[in-house]
Write a protein that binds this ligand. Structure first.
Ligand code: SF4
Length: 307
């Protein structure tokens, strides 16, 4: 493999695969509840990337029982982790976060917690609380782009410096951070995307999740797309960008995802975004054709590391 996958990291560090169980604990997002804005980031659908199970009456324990039952106690699934994925899971009072952490730690068979949030929702008190949690915690932190003009254009509501502060504070406490980035944001060039790689590589970031921008039903981007103001990236361009971006990362970073995975019914455009495995195959082939690998343009120029 020409990049360090999550599966490789799990094999070496955990001794087996990690299974993430998505849970909705009822958090909102400052970019949706009016604290910063009501519209949200332009690409965000109104479900905030969640399962929606909470609104169907399932509390986190009931969600876990429903979704994790077949993995807990399965010897082939030694690491079921809770994944607080919907919206911004450190937004709101610290007492709420403390209660949710206690609830997650009590889930039967849970081995760790991945928690998605925004960098502007992580003050020192919340970082201390996460560090003291009675189970391993990994943060999934949205950056999307290191270009502040892009961040303003997509209505993120924070700048790149805010992300850097959050990562530095988390890493100083021993918390791993997986950064989320998007290729093909409105107005962005390949150079902007590569500059985001350089920005991440200079920070104590543990891993990266890449997404190709797609038009989600109900997002602000849908309006721009329908008005002809936004055209999604071509598949070949995304593959070419990824083959340039991965070598710019540090070789020790974990590449947890290399393309987006739209939820059923969510994708409006481009059609190719539904071919997740085909796009992964194309990116791997492009890295091979260029005889390049993660870290080649940074700290592993001479030989591909054995991850
Ligand atoms: S921060 Fe996340 S949940 Fe909030 S609007 Fe942006 S994408 Fe949606």
């Amino acid at each position: 493999m020409r990049y360090r996958t999550l599966a490789a990291w799990c094999r070496r560090r955990l001794g087996g695969r990690m299974r993430k169980i998505p849970l909705d604990a009822g958090f909102s997002c400052p970019n949706r509840d009016g604290t910063l804005s009501f519209g949200g980031c332009v690409f965000c659908n109104q479900a905030g990337s969640g399962t929606g199970l909470l609104h169907k009456g399932f509390d986190p324990r009931a969600q876990w029982d429903r979704l994790a039952a077949k993995f807990v106690n399965d010897p082939d699934e030694p690491h079921p982790w809770a994944y607080l994925q919907s919206f911004s899971n450190t937004h709101g009072p610290v007492e709420k976060l403390a209660a949710v952490l206690a609830q997650v730690a009590a889930l039967p068979g849970v081995r760790g917690l991945c928690l998605g949030t925004r960098p502007d929702c992580l003050d020192p008190e919340k970082l201390d609380l996460l560090t003291a949690a009675p189970l391993p915690v990994r943060l999934e932190l949205g950056l999307q782009s290191a270009n502040d003009r892009t961040l303003a254009r997509i209505n993120r509501g924070h700048d790149a410096a805010c992300f850097a502060r959050a990562v530095t504070g988390a890493a100083a406490r021993g918390l791993d951070v997986c950064a989320h980035v998007i290729a093909g944001l409105p107005g962005e060039t390949l150079e902007d995307f590569l500059a985001t790689m350089d920005f991440l590589a200079a920070l104590p970031v543990w891993g990266v999740k890449f997404h190709n921008l797609f038009v989600a039903r109900g997002s602000l981007l849908e309006r721009s797309w329908r008005a002809g103001e936004y055209q999604p990236m071509e598949r070949a361009a995304y593959v070419a960008w990824m083959a340039r971006a991965i070598p710019r990362l540090r070789a020790d970073m974990v590449v947890e995802r290399i393309n987006a995975d739209p939820a059923p019914g969510e994708l409006l455009a481009p059609d190719w975004a539904s071919d997740k495995s085909g796009v992964i195959r194309d990116i791997r082939q492009a890295l091979k054709d260029l005889d390049t690998w993660q870290g080649r343009d940074r700290d592993a120029p001479d030989a591909m590391p054995q991850w």
